[in-house]
Design a protein around this ligand. Sequence first.
Ligand code: PAF
Length: 283
Amino acid sequence: MLVIETIEDFRRWRQEEKGTLALVPTMGALHEGHLSLVRIAKTIADKVVLYIFVNPMQFGPKEDFGTYPRTPEKDIEACQKEGVDAIFMPKMSEIYPEGKDNSTKVVPPAFLADILEGHFRPGFFTGVATVLVKFFSIVQPDAVIFGEKDYQQLLIVRRFIQDLNLPITVYGAPTVREPDGLAVASRNAYLSKEQRAIAPRIHQLLQEAAAKLQKAQSKNQDEMEQLLKPIRQKFKEANFELQYLESRDADNLQPVSPQTKKIILLVAAKLDSIRLIDNLFVS
Ligand code: PAF
């Protein structure tokens, strides 16, 4: 497996590769969720590249950019084991040579990017879209694979790839969970023993909410709101600071309507300063 650190070296390697290439974008601190993306990537392309770059543009000023887990040696070892062909891990100065604030930005449409995660993390999806377009332009992948755990991110990536006419196929991969249901995430590393014991309540309460909505068979947003109220209360009782628990149309994250084909529940909840997100399809 190659470990490539500069854009120039990556481009040279890429030019020599003739087959199809699948890219797994990551910020490192690799876990089973990322490795599941690599396994899918291996089934759809001749070569698999995983990039690691902790992207400062998608962190708010009070967020955890400085302390975000960084485990490069472990990550390289895990990729080697999974049969990744090349890891690309460029320096900050290569990706943002003039600094992140002076970079051209890619701004996804507000109806998708300013709600839910984007409401609580202003500018987050501009940071994500900008860094991804930069990496897509360097790596030139035929396919990219994203986890459904970051469902809003997945829809936004599909959208800007379509809007910008990028010749890339997007694959979504099911969320990987711990045996107790907690969605696997790099930020789980921050959880204390006590918090780790509470965290699986997120998935349990999502399941409870999904069962309620399924039973009601409603496609009326107001009715659903009434059904979700007691579940929101249960999040609070379990000691979460609930940022949102919403039922949305899974195709576009807009309020559920009679035209909705599939409903998704999305949640962001904090345990002290640790912010966890998850989601679950209802139908
Ligand atoms: O999901 C992530 O880890 C990041 O948002 C991504 C897609 C690697 C962009 O920085």
